[in-house]
Ligand binder design. Structure first.
Ligand code: RBF
Length: 349
């Protein structure tokens, strides 16, 4: 977890709420002026989930910048917790307060949860990142090209797995540990991870395991140990707070980690071989700023990816340079330039 970023985000949010004029943060009711108030609805727990840490940080930056320009914009962060069955009710309650002109959230399951709420409250604006939805004027979505993001990761995992690096073995098998099974995972991320690996060597197969939630680090560690025994020498954890269990298992009995979503090289120096990232902090900042300025194009979905800089591979981190041999880094640079030049096209549909 990037504690610095999270701490900054939370502190800023707390300050923002404290600085508000009383009517902006007391009570509810549809008669309240809501134009300048923003809420972030976190479907889960912020801590340990790269996507949510970046979401809160980005929206906080946009609100801080607006306030620095003298615009009074307030920010509330609602952590909805791990009981997904409660998210719809929590969201409805937040919208019914009538205080927030914009509600920002993130994950591919949110549009379905929001759709009935948006129909009941047609004047409410929702900005949903890491999601795709059409046909509801209040719901604006942005998704990342996760075929590119996961392909890059699988390509690197295979290069490392085939290498003579100290913890690589002879098996052509790489691992993915997911928090849950969901369509973006089973239709895009997992297939593209394998597609990238098979571009290195068609013999590769993926060992795919599911924690069942986004917080059970002990279970994730057990899965990782079993995968290592079954021949995995590189594992990509996408399980939120449970990722720390995979990191702990790697430190105990080493295997390599392909990190996803944000820069993870510092999580286990010498073992994290890649960071295939989405610019969620930047996207959250930019789109929230556009909403504040009144320039956000509402009600339409967009896809962002490597060519516009919202998906990237972190290749300038000193830990990456120290861990991954030069020949493999050169292969990665070459792959990234093939995608950015369009020579290799990896569309999501
Ligand atoms: N990713 C996390 O890092 N933490 C979470 O708590 C989390 N919860 C999710 C809940 C649902 C219902 C879905 C569909 C996805 C969730 N994700 C979570 C995954 C996240 O949206 C994204 O797909 C991955 O981070 C890969 O980019």
């Amino acid at each position: 977890m990037n504690t610095g970023r999270l701490a900054r985000a939370c502190l800023c949010a707390a300050i923002m709420i404290l600085l508000l004029p009383p009517q902006a943060h007391s009570g509810g009711g549809a008669d309240r002026p809501k134009g300048r108030s923003i809420a972030v609805f976190v479907p889960g727990i912020v801590s340990g989930s790269p996507v949510y840490e970046m979401l809160v940080a980005g929206v906080t930056e946009a609100v801080t910048a607006a306030n620095a320009r003298g615009e009074a914009v307030s920010l509330t962060v609602v952590e909805a917790g791990t009981r997904q069955a409660d998210w719809g009710t929590r969201m409805t309650a937040l919208v019914a307060e009538g205080r927030h002109g914009l509600i920002v959230t993130s994950n591919p399951a949110m549009p379905e949860i929001l759709e009935p709420v948006a129909k009941r409250f047609p004047n409410q604006d929702f900005l949903v990142l890491d999601a795709w939805h059409t046909g509801t004027p209040g719901i604006t979505t942005f998704r990342y090209n996760q075929r590119e993001q996961a392909y890059i990761s699988g390509y690197m995992a295979a290069l490392v797995s085939k290498s003579s690096m100290p913890h690589a073995n002879r098996e052509a098998v790489i691992g993915l540990i997911a928090g849950q099974e969901y369509p973006a995972m089973t239709r895009i991320i997992l297939p593209a991870f394998l597609e990238g690996a098979r571009a290195v060597d068609p013999a590769f197969r993926a060992d795919f395991r599911v924690v069942g939630n986004w917080y059970d680090a002990a279970k994730a560690a057990d899965l990782a140990r079993a995968m290592k025994r079954a021949g995995c020498d590189v594992i990509m954890p996408i399980s939120g707070g449970a990722n720390q269990g995979v990191v702990a298992a790697a430190k105990e009995d080493p295997f390599y980690l392909a990190w996803f979503d944000d820069n993870g090289y510092a999580k286990a120096p010498g073992l994290v071989v890649s960071s295939s990232v989405m610019a969620q902090e930047r996207l959250a900042r930019e789109k929230t700023s556009e909403w504040i300025a009144g320039t956000l194009r509402k009600g339409v979905p967009s896809t962002v990816g490597l060519r516009d800089g919202y998906v990237s591979f972190v290749s300038d981190d000193e830990r990456y340079l120290a861990t991954v041999p030069r020949e493999i880094r050169a292969r990665m640079d070459e792959l990234v330039s093939r995608i950015s030049s369009g020579t290799l096209s990896l569309p999501v549909e």
